[in-house]
Write a protein that binds this ligand. Structure first.
Ligand code: GRF
Length: 195
């Protein structure tokens, strides 16, 4: 069994989708949900599922190295094999990424390499794009640009706002991320593209 830690910063809806997928013959189990923000709604949802939780407030650290050392300590204590970032809104340095090389996944709400960073939906709408989507990728030291493990497309409809588009993409995130994690936990890093 692969031991999966899920790092969150917000409502944790992707965390819930991942955690709820790791049952039965799935080759992984959730062992830790860790938030970098106090009060993240996802912590309660994880606790309600019987998953160990931790909160490491990034604001309590004067530098990224100290914050990341605390993260690594928590992940080592949980004996995590795989780390899934799910709404975790901190940039990770090369030091952390090297420590966990090849074991960190992230989901990003755009069709990477388009729109790395923030405000992806507003940027896709402003560009007049006909479709949007989400991407699961391996995390490297370069923001939102590690090898793609999975990508799913959704249409952009006339009249979409950043919020309506975000909701459509998020629903797809909840399908794509568990599917990619399962393949990854089975040792398969070949990317999937939907459709
Ligand atoms: C998702 O859109 C994810 O792609 C982005 O942050 C959001 C997290 O939402 N990185 P949630 O906390 O999983 O509900």
């Amino acid at each position: 069994m692969k031991r999966v830690a899920i790092l969150i910063g917000g409502s944790g809806s992707n965390m819930v989708a991942l955690a709820d997928s790791m049952v039965g013959d799935h080759p992984a189990r959730p062992v830790l949900v860790l938030s970098h923000r106090p009060g993240a709604g996802g912590l309660e949802k994880a606790a309600a599922r019987g998953i160990a939780t931790a909160m490491i407030d990034h604001r309590a650290f004067s530098d990224r190295a100290g914050f990341e050392a605390a993260l690594t300590a928590g992940l080592e204590k949980a004996a995590a094999d795989v780390i899934c970032l799910a709404g975790f809104m901190r940039v990770l340095t090369a030091g952390f990424v090297t420590r966990w090389a090849g074991r960190i996944l992230n989901i990003h709400p755009s069709l990477l390499p388009a729109y790395p960073g923030l405000d992806t939906h507003a940027r896709a709408l402003a560009a007049g794009d006909a479709e949007a989507g989400c991407t699961v990728h391996e995390v490297t030291a370069d923001l939102d640009s590690g090898p793609i493990l999975g990508q799913a497309r959704v249409p952009i409809h006339p009249g979409d706002t950043p919020d309506t588009l975000a909701a459509r993409v998020l629903k797809m995130e909840h399908r794509l991320y568990p599917a990619v994690l399962r393949r990854f936990a089975e040792g398969d890093r070949r990317p999937v593209f939907w459709p």
